[in-house]
Design a protein around this ligand. Structure first.
Ligand SMILES: CC[C@@H](C(=O)O)C(=O)SCCNC(=O)CCNC(=O)[C@H](O)C(C)(C)COP(=O)(O)OP(=O)(O)OC[C@H]1O[C@@H](n2cnc3c(N)ncnc32)[C@H](O)[C@@H]1OP(=O)(O)O
Ligand code: CO
Length: 136
């Protein structure tokens, strides 16, 4: 079941500049960066309870964020819903005709398991489901 809005993700062309902006201009707490190899994405998190801001940037210039930036520049990239049972939610939503962008969950930030739903299944919004890792 979906239990929280885990994060709101923004694709940024200059990660350092955007970290500075969210820290200094918006005064948010910078939790740190994490490179997620499986997603080819560098992330920076800013907890803003009960959710977080996730800045996403291409890892070594590759991956889905690189393509997004090439086409659209920076912008709102995805919403992430936290689930207490990702496999159950995948099965339930597949049943309802939602198109997933992979066969199953992959590794996300903070040792989570994540999967994405195609934007066309949700009014043009890219939705991520994540199930937090054990220690999270
Ligand atoms: C760090 C790990 C994890 C976490 O723990 O939080 C992450 O957040 S990783 C974040 C990066 N990973 C992903 O985004 C994986 C899922 N994304 C994809 O598989 C692709 O980006 C995509 C959504 C399938 C798009 O693929 P692309 O090759 O860019 O195809 P198109 O350019 O043809 O786009 C198809 C269609 O979708 C629209 N689009 C693309 N990106 C988005 C977006 N972020 N939000 C909404 N819509 C998007 C694009 O405009 C095209 O629409 P049409 O032009 O109407 O066809
Ligand atoms: Co995300």
């Amino acid at each position: 079941m979906i239990v929280a809005l885990d994060h709101v993700a923004i694709a940024v062309p200059d990660l350092e500049a955007s970290i500075k902006r969210f820290m200094e201009d918006f005064g948010l707490t910078f939790e740190g960066t994490e490179d997620v190899e499986a997603a080819k994405t560098s992330t920076a998190f800013f907890p803003l309870p009960p959710t977080s801001i996730e800045l996403v940037h291409p890892l070594r210039g590759e991956g889905p964020i690189a393509k997004y930036l090439e086409k659209k520049g920076g912008g709102m990239h995805h919403l992430c819903f936290r689930t207490d049972n990702i496999e159950e939610d995948i099965a339930r939503l597949k049943e309802k005709g939602y198109q997933f962008l992979s066969d199953g969950p992959s590794n996300g930030a903070h040792n989570s398991k994540v999967i994405f739903i195609h934007p066309k299944s949700c009014d043009g919004v890219l939705i991520e489901l994540n199930q937090p890792g054990e220690e999270h």
